[in-house]
Design a protein around this ligand. Sequence first.
Ligand SMILES: NC(=O)C1=CN([C@@H]2O[C@H](COP(=O)(O)OP(=O)(O)OC[C@H]3O[C@@H](n4cnc5c(N)ncnc54)[C@H](O)[C@@H]3O)[C@@H](O)[C@H]2O)C=CC1
Ligand SMILES: CC(=O)C(=O)O
Ligand SMILES: [Mg+2]
Length: 472
Amino acid sequence: MQGGIGGKNIILRLEISTEHIQFGQLITLVNEHGGDVIAIDVIRTSEKATVRDITVTIADPAEIDRMIARIKKAQGVKVLSISDRTFLLHLGGKIEMQPKVPIQNRDDLSRVYTPDVARVCMAIHEEQDKAFRLTIKRNTVAVVSDGSAVLGLGNIGPYAAMPVMEGKAMLFKQLGSVDAFPICLDTQDTEEIIKAIKQLAPAFGGINLEDISSPRCFEIEQRLRDELDIPVFHDDQHGTAVVLYAGLINALKVVGKSLSDVKIVVCGIGAAGVACTKILLSAGAVNIIGVDRHGALTADETYEHPMWNWYAQHTNPERLSGTLSEVLKDADVFIGLSAGGILQREDVKRMKEAPVLFTMANPVPEINPEDVEDIAGVIATGRSDYPNQINNVLCFPGIFRAALDCRAREINEEMKLAAAEAIAGTIRPDELNKLYIIPGVFNEGAVQQVRKKVIQAAIASGTARRVPRDFR
Ligand SMILES: NC(=O)C1=CN([C@@H]2O[C@H](COP(=O)(O)OP(=O)(O)OC[C@H]3O[C@@H](n4cnc5c(N)ncnc54)[C@H](O)[C@@H]3O)[C@@H](O)[C@H]2O)C=CC1
Ligand SMILES: CC(=O)C(=O)O
Ligand SMILES: [Mg+2]
């Protein structure tokens, strides 16, 4: 994946001479390259020529250049510009700030701002907790990244991370009615990140850490949880783990296996891989083998990475060693949280019957579903263009909605397990099948169910600081 014209949807602005070319000829040319014209807008027209924006969706992006070369050669057609619909959508960023009330006169001005605002400031100064009532704090979350592990793109830095964080902020708002600010810090130093987030915290009711690479993410999250009194949640760890567990509950029902019996191979023992393993262990999984770039993690080895030593001590009961391919033999479940394209069809064939494949690397999964759909029991990816999207977006809007509504001090294990069970439970037994193990992102019932179950868990576990009105 790269910048520029790399996507599947493009808009061509063409000046078309009415004397030389029939519009139908152009459509045929697009179709010959596997493209479909999905919209045509006339920009201007004269007797001799029309200027039109033609939106084309194309199955094989490699065909785009060939198609454009042919259009450029066609007599009577001038290509004025080529744009990628995804890039157009990002022009100027994807979100903006909106005041809740207009400032229409001096009276409004003196209330939202000086002098009257001073009385509100002093009320908070006298009782800091009032910040929850009198500022944006109670509904606002900071989405903070350092750009070090952005999706599966790696360490692309804070500027390049912004589009993902803006996207997360949009999802927070649309799905959970949570106001979220994208914040990308220009440092990858653990202490500086902790300090910066603590300094930002007064404005926020929660901190969603995003795309911070392991092992720094573990210390950053733990220290912030200890030192702040608002929920701090590393989405790539816990959001992913919650949704993965929800998906696995249902996938195992489809293939008729139980969590305590299955052999699970987790590939990519980073932020997401560690958290997914932890939630599965706490839910009763016994036989989990973790694999990273150098092969299986085993208690027979010592690792520089302290989390890997913990991992090796708590997993791989048979102390298997070897490559991903080797340890996959007779496995029931593959969980990929590593990098695109690293799993081969031959490896899947050596797994047990009806293997469950969660190939969750973004944007390119460990294996393309179409390469193994004939031999897999259930397949899920992190993407929205295949069935069974296992993506933390199913968790973070609802879990933060709940945490803000009950003013939870933290998001604890009880709340995470409740969220997973709520997501899994959204699918009725008569709906469950290999192509439908997890609710879709736009399933409003799922967010509401997560909110309800997570608030109940927060109250029961004593971390809620208020009981929302609909729970009284
Ligand atoms: N679907 C979802 O909801 C989510 C998907 N992800 C995806 O999971 C992947 C990992 O994300 P994080 O854990 O945040 O990153 P991370 O950087 O913390 O961990 C990635 C781990 O994968 C390992 N790895 C890389 N290439 C490998 C290979 N060829 N074989 C074995 N291990 C390999 C790395 O050494 C590292 O330990 C990314 O592709 C990300 O997009 C992450 C979070 C949520
Ligand atoms: C989904 C997500 O958070 C990731 O791929 O990093
Ligand atoms: Mg992420």
